[in-house]
Ligand binder design. Sequence first.
Ligand code: EPZ
Length: 427
Amino acid sequence: MEKYVIRGGKPLVGDVNIGGAKNAAVAILPATILAGGKCLIENLPCISDVMASLQILSELGANIRMVSRSTYEIDTTHIDSTEVSNELSRQMRASYYFLGALLGRFGSGQVAMPGGCNLGPRPIDQHLKAFTALGAQDSVEYGQIHVRAEHLSGGHVFFDTVSVGATMNAMLAAVLAEGTTVLENVAREPHIVDLANFLNMMGADVHGAGTDVIKIHGVKSLHGCNYSIIPDQIEAGSYMVAAAITKGDITLHNVIPKHMEPITAKLRAAGCTVEEFDDALRISRTGELRPLKLKTMPHPGFPTDMQPLMTALLTLANGTSIVTEGIWENRFRYVDELIRMGANIQVDGQVAVIEGVSALHPAPLRATDLRAGAAMVMAALAADGTSEVDETIHIERGYENIVEKLQLLGADIRRVEIPANAVSRAM
Ligand code: EPZ
């Protein structure tokens, strides 16, 4: 196990390259199954969730060739299994996308109940509702979800709640179903559009991604293609917070400024200067941080995955901020860590009231989940002195080379191996 040791208090200055979007990659990789051929996928982030997805594909029988750190050739012609192993499916939430992809191509798929960040209840009833509308049946036994269908045909789904995962899974299952599928009240995140573009590159007929109705005309077969994944909105937003919280000046490369708009607007309101270029964005702060009111919502609202990072930032604002979590039931678990740094935060259910303080103090910190872990890193970068962040395995699920990227921006951060006996004593 590793921890990060961070000596904070320095402004971060310089350039950073943003990697491919995790939440697009973890759907596009299973989607290659539908090609039954060779796909070349570029701009894959080098993170553990991507490595787990590649390993699942390989276990199912796909042939995988690494072309470079961020490009893989995946040949799914000879996949001969429809069951994802227990151990790999539990490693990440997104293993549920294998259900839709395997069901779409083979009429059967099985995964263990997915793992991932603990953000409160994470049901998959809307995924199953969509599969049922296409003619599939499902069963859950010993923690395994099995979906199967004799024949998939187009259906009409009105989702009860806006769900990224259910929208993508329904798309995966529907592209090869016979007839037309209409999905209403769908998620509109940039990664939904990216998956639709990828499916269409493979020969699918998907319309409306990015709006709240998606129409899919089923096709008989798909084929392989070359595809480059969009940049990661949340990784980019995290480096924007790094500049904002340390009074730094960072230029982000390989971003789509349009995708960043909900985050850019809030950071400007908090007193940062943000300049937008074609595929880059520069953010700096010289003055004081202003408090904000923000509520997380499905896209194009403010993204929930930025919520812990913004809360960390607002601990240093000059005044009272109110952050409302509109997606997950339990996404403030990390607040106790910030309080140990001297932050003044009261949480009542889905609402956090943050009284800004003049400084955060270094402390031993825990990454309670992926984005909360990133928020701890940012808070530690702002605190004058040495902090340690434990359980970094969560952070590395979603941030490629975070330590190296921060070092290039001038941060004093390093990975330190925790000896095995120290880990067992601490448990
Ligand atoms: C995706 O999770 C992301 N994960 C999450 O990012 C992100 O927080 C979330 O979307 C919201 O943007 C991946 O893409 C792998 P949802 P997902 O289905 O798809 C309820 C990160 O940090 N719901 O949009 O699992 C659910 O309980 C991760 O990168 C149902 O009720 O989220 C939640 O309240 C964490 N029934 C809301 O919908 C369902 O069948 C949104 O969940 C499905 C969801």
